[in-house]
Write a protein that binds this ligand. Sequence first.
Ligand SMILES: C[S@@+](CC[C@H](N)C(=O)[O-])C[C@H]1O[C@@H](n2cnc3c(N)ncnc32)[C@H](O)[C@@H]1O
Length: 226
Amino acid sequence: MLNPIDSDRAPDPPDQRQYAPATQRNRDPILVVLQRVLPPTGTILEISSGTGEHAVYFAPRLSPRQWLPSDPNPIARHSIESWRWHEPAENLCAPLAIDVCDPLWAENIAPQVNPQFNLQSNLIQAIVNINMIHIAPWAACLGLMAGAARILPTGGVLYLYGPYQQQGQHTAESNAAFDASLRQQNSDWGVRELEAVVEVAEKQGLQWQETIAMPANNLSVVFCRL
Ligand SMILES: C[S@@+](CC[C@H](N)C(=O)[O-])C[C@H]1O[C@@H](n2cnc3c(N)ncnc32)[C@H](O)[C@@H]1O
């Protein structure tokens, strides 16, 4: 027989969590860098949150900052919502639908923001983008930088994580093989040249601050809005 309390309870929503095993491996090394480079307060906008596993892990560990996840893919947004339901955090916002190839993505953020999130009093102080620019057309890198420059205040931070070529060379054999497999899947994808990414950022007033070697031949790259 049903307990009367249980029978009153709304049924649990379907479990739509997706899993990306790499997030378990890279989340702690990334967190160490974020704790050092992010501004101490304000909202952190995550572009291309994917499954949402980083969002639920980082949000409680980076409090009192607010964590605002996003992804253009509705399946990813359902996964983020599902992770949020299973591992709620007061400072983790509902995901936004942001495609950085949309030239107005930065301007379109405000109307999408959920009502309890006050953009005026909790400005976006940083943007975090993990493992996107090699799995998206180059236009996504251009759009990310252009929008970040419009959103971030002076001193705001842009953090990128992923594999890069440096001085025209892959930094490891495994990255060269990964690059070839990406380009085979989609000719617009590929491991980017760090120097080209920095050039695009700096043209938008996002000054390169530092590059940090990360496990598995990835890099963290940090920019500051001038
Ligand atoms: C490899 S996944 C990385 C997801 C997550 N950051 C992680 O590390 O697990 C790449 C993500 O980039 C997102 N993405 C691709 N093109 C995008 C675009 N134009 N704007 C924003 N996100 C994009 C995809 O939807 C996907 O979630």
